[in-house]
Write a protein that binds this ligand. Structure first.
Ligand SMILES: Nc1nc2c(ncn2[C@@H]2O[C@H](COP(=O)(O)OP(=O)(O)OP(=O)(O)O)[C@@H](O)[C@H]2O)c(=O)[nH]1
Ligand SMILES: [Mg+2]
Length: 221
């Protein structure tokens, strides 16, 4: 859960990239890190990989300060997607304020996506997290590959569920920033509902989103 340090006027959000093995979770964080170079001094920390598969997690810490001197920290994690690493996934998910579910757009990966989404729900429940309190967004990644669900189909899926849906080619950095902004936006809304940041600390939602844009060099792009 979000960590609020009133004395130091500081809040820490935990955002987790979740999804089936090889869907592109680590790639999303790598691309975000590249996109934000210059605006944050943060390093991307990648732990325990073998053959480029995540064994524990990746972590991208971000931080910025509002004009009123309120500090916002965000910790972006990836989980290991391989089925066997469920214990690790569950631990990394503890206290999540937001989740970006990275799905593989290929039709052949439908089952893997569905099983991983069910696993997300189960691990949230087992961690005592109410899904309604968490900002969940979905990214259909690997739009460059053959055999993917059509845009129309992705739209249809989006209209059926309540989670915002994004499309991406993470290796080309397409859709990566949009997904992150959507995740930050929704997670902040959920927290605002509970903790009333704008009233307590003078941090409006718009101000928060402006700061997020600045991480990408400003200009809202
Ligand atoms: N064609 C294509 N390949 C991608 C895309 N995004 C990621 N990949 C590739 O997919 C493979 C897996 O990407 P990762 O980011 O390591 O996947 P992951 O979800 O972190 O995998 P685990 O850590 O095992 O759960 C890598 O070879 C990536 O380069 C994409 O948009 N298109
Ligand atoms: Mg990974």
């Amino acid at each position: 859960m979000v960590y609020i340090d009133i004395q130091h006027r500081e809040v820490t959000l935990k955002l987790v990239y979740y999804g089936p093995a090889l869907s592109g979770k680590t790639t999303n964080l790598q691309q975000l890190h590249e996109l934000m170079v210059g605006s944050t001094g943060s390093e991307l920390i990648t732990l325990d990989t073998r053959d480029d598969r995540t064994l524990f997690f990746d972590l991208l810490p971000l931080h910025f300060e509002t004009e009123g001197g309120f500090k916002i920290r965000m910790k972006l994690f990836t989980v290991p997607g391989q089925v066997i690493h469920n214990t690790t996934r569950k631990i990394v998910l503890q206290g999540a304020d937001g989740v970006a579910f990275i799905a593989d757009s290929r039709v052949s990966h439908t089952r893997g996506n569905n099983e991983s989404f069910a696993n997300l729900k189960q691990n949230l429940r087992e961690n005592g997290i109410d899904m309604d309190d968490v900002g969940v967004v979905i990214q259909f990644n690997k739009r460059d590959l053959p055999g993917i669900r059509s845009d129309a189909e992705v739209k249809r899926i989006a209209s059926k569920g309540k989670e915002p849906v994004y499309t991406a080619v993470a290796i080309e950095s397409l859709g990566v920033a949009e997904t992150f902004k959507g995740l930050a936006d929704l997670s902040w809304r959920k927290l605002e509902r509970k903790f009333n940041f704008s009233e307590r600390f003078g941090v409006t939602h718009q101000h928060f989103m402006d700061k997020i844009d600045e991480l990408f060099g400003g200009g809202g792009g």
